[in-house]
Design a protein around this ligand. Sequence first.
Ligand code: CU
Length: 196
Amino acid sequence: MRPFVMKELAVALVLLVGVGGCSKGTGAAAAAKAPVEEPRVIESGEIDPAWLSYDAATKTVNFHLIAGLTGLNGALNFNGFRDGGLTLTVPKDWTVAIRVTNHDGMLPHSAEVIPETKPVPTQPVPPAFDGAFTVPLAQGLSPLGEDGMRFVADRVGSFLIFCGVPGHGAAGMWVRLKVSGTAPAPFLTAAPAGKS
Ligand SMILES: [Cu+2]
């Protein structure tokens, strides 16, 4: 219940500001301007519920994958996780829409869903699902760049979401995607530190 309380508080504050006649930060102004989204500042290893949303009616999951979100592993991380520390589980046959943003101000990054392999490839390989990669894959998205991917998770199994820029994935820039035949809805889990 707590998030709803917080939201109501935020709405109340916005209304108060509006009544006060201040033009800055009113709901109308914010909606018209579509402010640049900045991921919330979080610690490595922390899951932000805002990353994941889904529509059970259309069997569609939306996930925000953020390259270099934190300084972990020289920024070679997704959402503050490395070496499979984060797992996105989705039900089989759901459509997976992954928005990929490069939060790293220096290095290019990309993302590709690949079969689970050890060792992790040093460069792009054929994707595990049609369309499950960002463009350009090996060159990567420019710092602060953005792309997306959309695919149907049509078979059960364990997969990796890895950075296709040569060397990044092998250096630990990968998380996990699990397609489940039994999960009723998508969810995120974090592995204990050091486990992958
Ligand atoms: Cu990378």
